[in-house]
Design a protein around this ligand. Structure first.
Ligand code: SF4
Ligand code: SF4
Length: 387
């Protein structure tokens, strides 16, 4: 029987956004708004595109700017007409525009929401914009009143990383899952560069968060650490950064243009096709942008050949890799240093704990990881496996 390979379509209703976060490069003033006709074209395109389960993520810009009427029409179209693809939905939003009406539409489809908070209010507003925190919290309340699940992504910048303890404690004390995102440089402009987190510092931040997570097991979830552990223990990537995303992810911009990922939306040189032409997977792979994405895969096979993490790292994110070379493929993801640091740390600790539990380090049976007072990687792995 043919194995199913889930794929991901990001829908970008607009690149517009009411916030002006200092390090953001994925919004654009005056961006057009996707029409419902474009969603209809998406449906026609995907009807015979492939026969695998699909996840649609509404992303931006700020996707809620499209309004309740857009979602009231788009969701039944996508879920009803593409029923054979077993569609799932997700949404990434700052929540400012969430109204009870919109929340009700999203709740009907049980859509999990990803939002953004960079930590305590003062720090968050300094990085994002004055009044951001309060507006997001207002939307968060509406989401909760309607039973919607919200998880926050926390962007660590070259500035906020010095407050990592305050940020961790904020998420812990507020009972929030922590998912971190490093501020990145951009292909579009040099503005965000000064906020970008240095890869070495990012690696140390990940190890710090691993320790804090273990210290506070059962009281908080650090999603990225779970993902890194899963990669090491299953020997395969479990998030887009650590798989060959070019075979499974596409983004549709406001005008129906198809791109490799939301990060490229709005840049004409990365258009792979248009939904109204109903391109096949092969057509997209043969476009100039498709060829470049596949070049990255080949580049990783060569450049990362000797790395013990290659199976579950796959050279990281191709977008990140293209930024320093102005869109060319000349290296792997510059976060390689951070990935190696955390992957090494997890595998070394695991091996040590395994040896300890078999008494190989002490010369005889020891208390083992399960009986030590301080939880180790193996306890974390078990808690992840039980989820
Ligand atoms: S380009 Fe980067 S962010 Fe986009 S899907 Fe690929 S790995 Fe993920
Ligand atoms: S850790 Fe670095 S060298 Fe290893 S696979 Fe990832 S990007 Fe390549």
């Amino acid at each position: 029987m043919k194995q199913k390979k889930p794929f991901h379509i990001m829908i970008i209703p607009t690149l517009g956004c009411p916030s002006k976060c200092s390090y953001c490069w994925s919004s654009e003033e005056g961006s057009p708004m996707m029409s419902i006709e474009t969603i209809y074209e998406v449906v026609q395109w995907l009807k015979n595109f492939r026969d695998d389960p699909v996840t649609f993520t509404f992303h931006g810009g700020e996707p809620l700017l499209a309004g309740a009427d857009f979602y009231r029409k788009a969701l039944p179209l996508l879920s009803g007409e593409l029923n054979h693809l077993n569609p799932n939905f997700a949404l990434q939003t700052n929540l400012w525009k969430l109204t009870p009406e919109l929340a009700q539409v999203l709740a009907e489809y049980d859509i999990p929401i990803g939002s953004s908070l960079d930590g305590p209010e003062a720090l968050n507003d300094l990085q994002r914009s004055e009044g951001y925190y309060e507006r997001t919290m207002r939307g968060y309340e509406i989401a909760r009143e309607h039973g919607l699940q919200v998880q926050f992504i926390c962007t660590f910048t070259s500035y906020s990383v010095q407050f990592k303890e305050d940020i961790f404690n904020y998420f812990l004390e507020n009972g929030l899952t922590l998912k971190l995102h490093p501020a990145l440089p951009s292909l579009r402009s040099h503005g965000p560069d000064k906020w970008a987190l240095d890869p070495g510092e990012y690696g140390e931040l990940l190890v710090y968060l691993l320790d804090k997570y273990l210290e506070n097991m059962g009281r908080i979830e650090v999603r990225n650490i779970n993902d890194y552990c899963r990669c090491v223990f299953t020997n395969r990537g479990t998030v887009c950064t650590f798989v060959d995303c070019m075979e499974s992810t596409f983004a549709v911009g406001p005008d129906g243009s198809i791109y490799p990922c939301y990060r490229f939306v709005g840049m004409p040189q990365y258009v792979m096709g248009h939904v109204h032409d109903r391109p096949s997977q092969e057509d997209l792979a043969h476009s100039a942008a498709g060829v470049r994405m596949l070049q990255f895969k080949e580049h990783v096979d060569r450049e990362c050949k000797g790395c013990k993490h290659i199976r579950y790292c796959r050279g990281g994110c191709p977008y990140n890799a293209m930024v320093p070379a102005s869109g060319e493929i000349k290296g792997v993801d510059p976060h390689c240093k951070a990935y190696k640091r955390i992957f090494d740390e997890i595998s070394d600790r695991f091996n040590k704990e395994m040896m300890g539990s078999f008494g190989l380090e002490t010369g005889g049976p020891s208390a083992g990881p399960m009986m030590t007072a301080k939880p180790g990687i193996m306890s974390l792995m078990m808690s992840i496996a039980l989820k």
